[in-house]
Write a protein that binds this ligand. Sequence first.
Ligand SMILES: [Mg+2]
Length: 348
Amino acid sequence: MKITRVNAVASSQRRDKPIRDALQSLDTRGTCEISVETDEGVCGVGSIYFGRVEKAPHTLAYLVNEVLGPEILGQDPFMVRGIRDRLWQLTDYHGTVGLALFGIAGIDIALWDIMGRALEVPVWRLLGGQGKNVPSYAMVGWLNYSLDELKSICNQAMEQGFRGVKMKVGAPTLEEDEQRIEAVRSAVGDKGLIMVDANQVFSLNEAVRRGLVYQEMGCTWFEEPLRADDTDGLARLALQLSIPIASGENNYGKRQFRELFERRAVDIVQPDLRRAGGVTECFEIGLMADAFNVPYASHGGGVHLHVLAALPNALYMESGLLPPNSPVKLVDGCYPLPEEPGFGRSAE
Ligand SMILES: [Mg+2]
């Protein structure tokens, strides 16, 4: 089988109401859809999402169509690791990490989709499944929501059967964070999990001060308390707090993750399929984490479900609220594993 065409198409739409975390306002829904075609008629798709910067998907589409795609024409799509290494080498001069890695990730996802479709099995089976469904929680607690809005959306998530919810923290004062956590607790009850996410905004001192309160309030983990590249700070914070420290959605490639594990900077690792570099790279990061006894909780869901279903250390899949007519029915707080070839419906 040979790759005959790589085509990326971008689209972007402004949100009516931007959503906000402690770091940034997400005002756009953008997508760059990368399709890879083969001489045997099997086609795979990798979809890369953008939350802000309207023209970013178009910039990525240009990069894929003009630089990354032409490099892999004629290659065997089953040689995913060879193709991954070739694209890292191609982009090394101007820096692989960043937007180029979004493109490499999109191509990598499309190649796994091709392999699954060609062999008529879901990707998690190709990776070697664990035979377990994946527990899931819903990221619903944006910082721009009022207390009533927060309670209402957390209620909806619990009604859909999620194990718990994630909410943003890092409001201007700790007291506001406490009020918001109390509101969420009133919605999810004693048994519902509450993950708190600061999106990198605290200093080490402030993270200790607020983290002690979050752990006292029974929160499940403290996500991105510090800048993603402050490995030393994360390691120090992890020693000072008993609440697990989670980070990784802004780390690029497995070598950045190696340092997180070696320094014991995270208790839970959260790779993002786009920034980490695709299914191949995320799977390798997950196995490396397992060797360090670090559980893996994906940043985002979708095709990430297949990686989690194959990892021995899968902890949780992050999801949004399910859309009203979603075919997905959570069972005991877990996502059922798809049986369609490739990424099936989880590619959407
Ligand atoms: Mg996060």
